[in-house]
Design a protein around this ligand. Sequence first.
Ligand code: CA
Ligand code: CA
Length: 618
Amino acid sequence: MLRNFCLAFVLSVVTVFNVNATVKITRIDPAFWYAGMKQTTLQLMVYGPDIRNADVKVDDPAIKIDSIVRLESHNYLLVYLNVPATTSPGNVKLVFTQNGSKTTMLYELKARTCKPEDRIGFSSSDVLYLLMPDRFANGNPNNDQLKSMLQYKMDRHDPSARHGGDFAGIEKHLDYFTDLGVTALWLTPILENNMDGGSYHGYAITDYYNVDHRFGSNEEYVQLIKAAHQKGLKVVMDMVFNHCGSEHIWIKDMPSKDWFNHSDYKNHYVQTSYRLTPVLDPYASDKDMDEAVNGWFVPSMPDLNQKNPHVMRYLIQNSKFWIEYAGINGIRMDTYPYADYNAMSEWTKEIQDEYPNFNIVGETWCTQSAYTASWQKDSRLLVNRNSGLKTVMDFSFWDQINKAKHEETDADNGLGHIYSNFVYDYLYTDVSHIMAFFENHDTDRFIGDSNDTDMLKQAYVLLLTIPRIPQIYYGSEVLLGGVKKVTDGNVRKDFPGGWDGDVVNAFTGAGMTAAQTDMHDFVRKILHWRKGNEVISRGTMKHFIPYKGIYVYQRELNGKRVIVILNGTTKTNEFNPSDFSELFVQSHAGKDILSDKSINFSDKFNMAPRQSMIVEMQ
Ligand SMILES: [Ca+2]
Ligand SMILES: [Ca+2]
């Protein structure tokens, strides 16, 4: 059924003329391309029985065949076209001949719909809302159980089964995001995962050019992004270059042995060590490096060999396809250091060349700032290496804030960890391109199974006022909890109200507890205040070593100042302005946007346990 679908998709955009006996072509990736791309090389991956032995000619004066690559498998043929940037949109006639048979095909070059420089990525003026499409809202129950897919379980009571969320559910609730005040959506991977069991998380891709039909169609994905854009929301696409799913056709019929790392997996399986230090370690052994980068993530996720230029060209084109076709505003690249360093640098460079204002964030999961900073574009920390990666993920902040939540604050403990995290910002080339978060879909929920809303509030205050690109995770604003005990599904619970009949509905407020409503309103208030607030998105930072349990920092831009004061203890605590007197030379008056109260910094005052203040100075 998968193959049948693929054929239908290809035939919808490629016209094939049959002349007597035909050369059988079941699919071409990409199914169409765009005229006027800066990169003139276009790889066509042609699929078909024994297509390896076919010959191809292009019947178009403007376009030439650079090379034809015959892989080990007889069922693939790589055709490299040279499409000059000046080529007009239209159809290119390709003539395939094989054993006296001939097939002519019209390959479409579409017009680009947007100037490449107008593809604006997410930035520190945005707040990203991370959600899992399977777990957010079910807008179309008809796509829940598809017989065309490999067998899987649809059961909302099973945290590892599919739950039926989809694009229609997200689109239906776009107003929820704008009302909350976030400005960008990061959806976990939406491409097809036709895996035994369903692979609800999306990280085992079996088709790089089609979305998973349990979420909707390619057209519905494009429509969702259009609708999001109309409401001022950006959309970030989660991509995976390190591995695909083991049900991908490339595993069942391997194009060549060097398409995957450790491809002799049936006789000799090599798993990654999940230890990423060897990638940057100047003393790393070959063994450690090989295991880290070339080992498979899990047996169901074969490790793609990005050092193979044909694999990498396929992946680079695929990312450009989704930028052009769907109009995404950014890419979050999964398991970034697990893929080949040089190949990934080539990718970031090519995307940057084509789309100078686009943004990519890479998952660089190591809790040392020195590690993360080295992954950022133009880092001065590495000699003769440049990842080209604009945005990195601050796993150090995540680690430190999750330590801090259990501790009383002093210079070394509690919010002292947060202070230390920012001290090392000098390591980064560009602080405005660091994405921070206190939880995501791969970690315990910040609140875990507790009901400590005080610390969660303080975490939101920090995240939304520090010099970072903040990323929040769906549902925590209504106290969705959970820890990764037993299964990751426990931190990926259904958003309340996303399914018909949900007793608690966070979209309407029905059935919500007072604590849920209070948290939602608290987060909403900061998000709306942050929106368009350049003091926060672009301002300078000054902070104090935590003193008497209190952490204080100031953001400033063009004379406008915001002072954030956090009582990092579980006790009532005195704030004495004279301990931070350099902040109050110009003015003693401000307004706390959280309590809406005027604050006079002439005198000491008490702060409630874990109280936070965001004070706009007058
Ligand atoms: Ca559904
Ligand atoms: Ca790898």
